[in-house]
Structures are given as structure tokens and as C-alpha cells.
Design a protein around this ligand. Structure first.
Ligand code: ADP
Ligand code: ZN
Ligand code: ZN
Length: 691
């Protein structure tokens, strides 16, 4: 009878591994291996862990060790590269390894569901199943109606990009900077195809990981990929899959059936034993950053993963993040440029500013904007209006006594949602009926201040009674599948004026769209957040990029109109010139002068407490735990929105020129903070993006 000691990572907040005893019994058919999942007792529960080591003896008194309940044998063990990726993420973001590795695994795999795992494995390994995996959800993802679409002939710039990406068989990070509509997707697909073909010819396997920022964009790209490669297996991984689907798709990647894995940020941690290329589409997009729990950057982890595996990684964007632009400038990334729209005769739209100090916009839309909308309607073309604020009005107000619709649980206003007759807090989701009269003085004439998408929609319908107006925002698309339906209506041409928040700004290839109107984006110009300008520029370039994607005659060139109070602002000037490079260089100069990332590195300690002084006091004593030479500890401060759902929040910012020095400090600091045994909640974020 043989005995082993297993070192196991568990999904617990404790930063440690746990030893368990395993004894060979006749019912066990196999021996434990590193990377295998295992069922173990933990306290009074039974949990799944990941085997990190198999040893003959333990440092702990073996009499005190508990026995393994069962080895979860049916799947191949997770690879040492995959474990190393999780370990890197755990170390870098200072979280326990088990908390990184385990939650991303399909639930059926973590829970004892051997039957369903066996069923999926059987299906995967059956010969008929090896061609395609069923579409994710027939409702959300109708099967592509078109027959296999053929690849266009690449233009010279696209060709050069594909050649550069596929030439090297080693770590090579590329920044694919391509204007909107320049055909970046074709570059990804051709590169993927070439690498898969190379592998086939050398009788090896290859897998491609394609990351996209938005779940709304996956169906569109998924159709495209499936139609292009009907003979390949495509798996998708995103947060809207059912558990059964997630298991199927995850296993398809892990068991090396999937050739291409398409997913949102969480897919960066998928098990891909034959990964040969990673693509991060719209690499600048904030949704690659997880903003709770393990606050990781999927983009940064993807680059690390490519380096570890010695494979190419492509970061694509029309408006790269300032970090990536900086890396391209310093030679760490290689820049590939697509300078023109791919469709011949499609040209970048003309961008114009409307000064709303001069051309007043009493109901949110100025006269020139209304005239432009009329013109598109008369020509049967589509328009898109972009306003990044949902609801009817951001706040209600009483002129008589000054009452204002504060949320009682947050330092924020409650937003008026007129169709639903509700006041809603967008921070804690508190909902109230709209008061008929002022809660303090009884005045019946309450004012709605400011404008959200619902109010503009009302105004549009009144101004253009014959037009088909469609609003797309988080409120109009709460039902599963409704966003997809709405986008399809736009593609079919059933919509004249599309109105929406950032949901409509990204990625979509609306062929009939010739006018993009942007309503008052000015607030971001004066934000306390140093990244606000970068985000605004990217967002405006993206939304502008929705226009003029099809071939057009010169007279009916498409147009972007932007209503602003600050037509002289340099950000708008760069935008008018489609000058991302100029904007990025200016931003880098500002950041260098101000000592901001990417020239320094940051970490943020956040605390949540019943009262603000408690949160601040915790941060103060946290900062005094260790000597911190070379690390700049800023004063603890309240967050801009200090209270959310009755919880007060404060933060402490750490800065350092050297990433390694900051990391070394954090590695010593974390155990000291854990040892403080405070009852209040705190968390650390490395490379924070919202400060
Ligand atoms: P991006 O992602 O860079 O904004 P897309 O990949 O969506 O651009 O491509 C824009 C449009 O150009 C799509 O309709 C695509 O089919 C088309 N396209 C891409 N490459 C070519 C090409 N080489 N020839 C013709 N059309 C192309
Ligand atoms: Zn009042
Ligand atoms: Zn609230």
C-alpha cells in the first residue's frame, strides 16, 4: 500500500497551501499527479483543490493530516505552464494561488459532477463531435445564415502585418495600430489560419486565443469566425454561458479540441495546452481590467502568458492604451500600422464641432445636429447619437426649497427613469417611486436636471415623428438576448436613428450609418481621473469609427458631429485630425512631467468601513506597518464617491519608479496587513486604473 502527501491549493483567502494524505486503495485506479483536481475535507465542508505537489512526507505532523476524499481523475491534469500562469498572477496581484486558479474553472468541474464531465468528454472524443461545437445558445447566437464566407484579399499593410506575426516562432509582442475599419479582424484571422496551417503541416497541434472586450461583440465575431473556418472547432468563454455550456467549452479548450477560443477577459486563464497565438482585440478597452476580487488586467496577463510560452501576441486597437503606445515607442512592442480603411472607397468620416455656447441646444440637440439628422433621414441613411448617460435625467431638483434627489445610502444622486417612474441610484441600485411633490416642501413642480438617453429619445420622437428611433443602453437591454435583437434590427436597416451609451460605441460594423452625433462629452475633460482624457479620446474615436464603413460617393461622405462648450480644447483638435499619435505623444509628455504611469508604478490599498474616520485610521496604521524607503505613500483620502450602500470608502496610493521595488515592498507588506487582523474590509489593487 503506498502513501503520498499532496500539497493542495484551495480557494480560500488564506495565502497558503494545505497538506493532505493520500493512500492507495483498490477503488482508486490512478496515482495523484500535479495539476489534478482533488476533493478534500476543509473544516466541515468538502471542497475541490488543485494538486501543486506530490511528496513522500510532510513538514506537518502527519498524524494530524486529513485524508483526500477522491481524485478527480477523468480530465487531463492542468499543465505546469498553466499553474505557473496562475502563480504569477497570484504573486503579482498578491492574492492566494487557489483564489486565482480555482474560481475560473467550470463549476461542474469544481463540484462533484463526474457524470456530466464524463458525458461531455465522451461527446468531445466521439469522432463526429470533433468538427464543430454547438453554438453557445441558439437564442442568443443563431447559427450563421450565410454559407462559409471567403477571405478577402489582404491589402499590403494587412499582408505585412500577418507576415510579421507569423514569421517568428518566439515571443514577439505586436501592437497592431489600425484606424477604425482598417480590417484588423482580417489580420487576426489570417494570422490564426497561417499558424494553424503551419502546425497541421508539421503534424503538431496549435490553438489560438482571441480576446474581445465586450460580451456584446462575441456573437458577431463568433459568426464571422465560424463562417470563415467551418472545418475548425471554435469554443467561446464568457460570463453569459450556462454552467453546462461553460463546462463543454472549457473542456473543449483544455482537451485540445478547440482550435480557436474566443472569449472575454476571463478566457485569459483558460487551459490551452497548445496555445500558439494570443490576440487582444481593442486592447485599450477598460473591460480587460477586472474591477473586483482578483483585480487583474487580462491584457497584461496575456502578454505574460505569451512570453512564458514563447509565442507571438497581438494587441490591436485604433486607439491603443497609453501604456502600450509607450512600449511600442520604447521598442518593447513592435508596431504594425494599418493606416487606411480596408473597404475601397470607404473613408474616414469628416469630424466637426458644434459650439453649443453659440448654437444653443435647449433640449440637448442643437440646430445643426437636427439639420444633419433631417438630411440623413431624407436620404434613407442611418444616424447614431451617442450619449454616455442612461436614464431620463441625472438628478431631480426642487426650485422652491433646493431639495435634490440624493441617494440616502450613497454620496451620489438618484437618477430619474421616467418611463419606469422610478428614481434609481446607479451605485447601490436603490429604487424609489418618483415623488409627486417635493419631499421637504411639498412643491408640485419638481424639475428634471440634465439629460440622459431616455430624455433625448423623447425629444427625438417628438422632433422626428416619422423616424424609427431605437435606444440601446443597459436599461433597454435587461432581458437576455435583447441587446442582440436590437443590434440585429440596426443591421437589418429597421432603425433610422440609433441612440445609445458606450454599448453602441464599440466594434459594431453598421454598414448604413453615415452620421454620428456626440452629445456633450465635455465632463471628462475636467475629471480628477488622469486617465479620463485617454478614455474619452478612445471612446470618441471608436464611436466616430462607426460611421462611413461602407463604400460611399464623395458627395455623401459620412460625418461626425460633436456638441461641445470647449471647441478649442486640444483633445478635440487631435480628434478632428484623426491624430491618435499626436494625442498619445502629448499625453505621454504630460504623464512624464507629472510623474504618472507608465513612468511610475502604482498600487492602491482600499478600505471600507461604517465610518470614514475608521477607514482612514486603518489606512494610516497600514502605512506605518513597515519602513518604506523608496516607496511614496500618499495621504489616505476618501474615494470620490465616498459612500456606497451605506459603506464609507477610502484609499491609500503607493507609488514607485521601479516596479520590482514596489513588488518587493508589497510582498513584505501584505503579511503585515493580514496580521493586523482588522475587522474592516480592505483590498489591494496593483496597477489601479480608477483612482
Ligand atoms: P477594424 O476591426 O479594423 O475596425 P474590420 O476588421 O471590422 O475593421 O473591417 C472593416 C471592414 O473591412 C469589414 O467589413 C471587413 O470585412 C472589410 N475588410 C477587411 N479587410 C478587407 C480587405 N482586405 N478587402 C476588402 N474588405 C476588407
Ligand atoms: Zn422643495
Ligand atoms: Zn445609492
Amino acid at each position: 500500500m503506498s502513501k503520498k502527501i499532496l500539497k493542495v491549493a484551495l480557494d480560500t483567502p488564506l495565502d497558503t497551501t494545505f497538506d493532505y494524505r493520500w493512500t492507495h486503495t483498490t477503488t482508486e485506479t490512478s496515482f495523484p499527479q500535479v495539476g489534478q483536481l482533488v476533493r478534500v475535507p476543509f473544516g466541515r465542508r468538502e471542497v475541490t483543490g488543485l494538486i501543486l505537489d506530490v511528496l513522500d512526507s510532510s513538514d506537518v505532523d502527519e498524524g494530524k493530516l486529513r485524508d483526500v476524499i477522491a481524485l478527480r481523475a477523468p480530465i487531463a491534469p492542468l499543465s505546469s505552464e498553466w499553474i505557473a500562469l496562475c502563480r504569477f498572477a497570484a504573486d503579482y496581484y498578491h492574492r492566494p494561488l487557489g483564489e486565482v486558479a480555482l474560481p475560473g474553472l467550470p463549476k461542474h468541474l469544481r463540484e462533484a459532477k463526474p457524470a456530466s464531465i464524463d458525458r461531455v468528454l465522451k461527446k468531445l472524443h466521439a469522432p463526429a463531435a470533433s468538427t464543430t461545437l454547438p453554438a453557445v445558445d441558439p437564442e442568443v447566437n443563431p447559427a450563421p445564415d450565410s454559407s462559409p464566407n471567403s477571405a478577402p484579399v489582404l491589402n499590403d499593410e494587412q499582408r505585412a502585418a500577418v507576415d510579421a506575426i507569423t514569421r517568428k516562432r518566439e515571443f514577439a509582442p505586436f501592437l497592431l495600430h489600425g484606424v477604425t475599419g482598417s480590417g484588423k479582424t482580417e489580420v487576426y484571422l489570417h494570422a490564426a489560419q497561417a499558424l494553424l496551417e503551419q502546425a497541421r503541416q508539421s503534424s503538431t497541434r496549435a490553438q489560438i486565443l482571441l480576446l474581445v472586450p465586450e460580451i456584446n461583440l462575441t456573437p458577431q465575431l463568433e459568426h464571422h469566425v465560424r463562417a470563415r473556418f467551418p472545418h475548425l472547432t471554435v469554443a467561446t468563454l464568457h460570463s453569459q454561458l450556462s454552467e453546462a455550456e461553460r463546462l463543454r467549452h472549457w473542456l473543449s479548450a483544455h482537451e485540445a479540441h478547440a482550435d480557436i477560443v474566443l472569449g472575454t477577459r476571463l478566457a485569459v486563464l483558460a487551459s490551452l495546452p497548445h496555445l500558439r497565438l494570443v490576440v487582444i482585440d481593442e486592447e485599450h478597452d477598460p473591460s480587460y481590467k477586472q474591477q473586483e476580487g482578483l483585480r487583474y488586467s487580462a491584457r497584461d496577463l496575456a502578454v505574460w502568458r505569451a512570453r512564458q510560452l514563447n509565442i507571438p501576441v497581438v494587441l490591436g486597437s485604433a486607439t491603443p492604451s497609453i501604456e502600450s503606445w509607450h512600449h511600442a515607442g520604447s521598442g518593447r512592442y513592435r508596431r504594425l500600422n494599418l493606416t487606411q480603411r480596408a473597404v475601397v472607397q470607404a473613408s474616414l468620416p469628416r469630424i466637426g464641432l458644434i459650439d453649443i455656447e453659440r448654437d444653443k441646444a435647449p433640449e440637448g440637440l442643437s440646430a445643426p445636429m437636427i439639420a444633419a439628422l433631417h438630411d440623413r433621414l431624407a436620404h434613407g441613411e442611418q444616424s447614431l447619437l451617442f450619449l454616455n448617460r442612461r436614464g431620463y435625467a441625472p438628478v431631480m431638483h426642487c426650485d422652491a426649497c433646493g431639495w435634490i434627489s440624493h441617494c440616502r445610502r450613497c454620496t451620489a444622486y438618484m437618477v430619474l427613469h421616467k418611463p419606469e417612474r422610478r428614481l434609481r441610484c446607479h451605485h447601490c441600485s436603490l429604487e424609489l417611486r418618483v415623488p409627486v411633490s417635493c419631499p421637504t416642501c411639498g412643491n408640485l413642480d419638481l424639475q428634471a436636471l440634465g439629460r440622459g438617453t431616455q430624455r433625448i429619445e423623447e425629444h427625438l420622437k417628438a422632433t422626428f415623428p416619422m423616424a424609427r428611433v431605437l435606444r440601446i443602453d443597459a436599461d433597454s437591454t435587461r432581458r437576455k438576448g435583447s441587446a442582440q435583437q436590437a443590434f440585429e434590427a440596426v443591421h437589418r436597416g429597421d432603425v433610422d436613428i440609433l441612440l445609445g451609451t458606450q454599448m453602441v460605441a464599440k466594434g459594431h460594423d453598421f454598414q448604413r450609418l453615415t452620421l454620428v452625433g456626440v452629445i456633450n462629452p465635455d465632463t471628462a475633460l475636467f475629471s480628477h481621473d488622469y486617465r479620463a482624457g485617454e478614455r474619452l479620446f478612445a471612446q470618441l474615436m471608436q464611436v466616430a469609427g462607426r460611421a462611413g464603413r461602407a463604400a460611399m460617393s464623395q458627395e455623401r461622405r459620412s460625418e461626425v458631429l460633436l456638441q461641445t462648450r470647449y471647441p478649442q480644447h486640444p483633445l478635440y483638435h487631435a480628434l478632428l485630425a484623426h491624430d491618435y499619435a499626436g494625442f498619445a505623444e502629448a499625453t505621454l509628455n504630460e504623464r512624464r512631467a507629472a510623474g504618472l504611469p507608465p513612468f511610475i508604478h502604482q498600487a492602491l490599498l482600499r478600505a471600507e468601513a461604517k465610518t470614514l474616520p475608521m477607514a482612514l485610521e486603518f489606512l494610516r496604521s497600514a502605512s506605518a506597518q513597515l519602513p518604506h524607503e523608496g516607496i511614496r505613500m500618499n495621504e489616505p483620502v476618501p474615494l470620490t464617491i465616498t459612500r456606497v450602500a451605506g459603506v464609507e470608502r477610502a484609499q491609500l496610493l503607493l507609488e514607485c519608479e521601479s516596479r520590482a521595488q514596489l513588488q518587493a515592498f508589497l510582498t513584505r507588506w501584505m503579511p503585515a496587513l493580514r496580521a493586523m487582523k482588522t475587522r474592516l474590509r480592505w483590498s489591494l489593487e496593483v496597477d489601479p486604473v480608477d483612482i
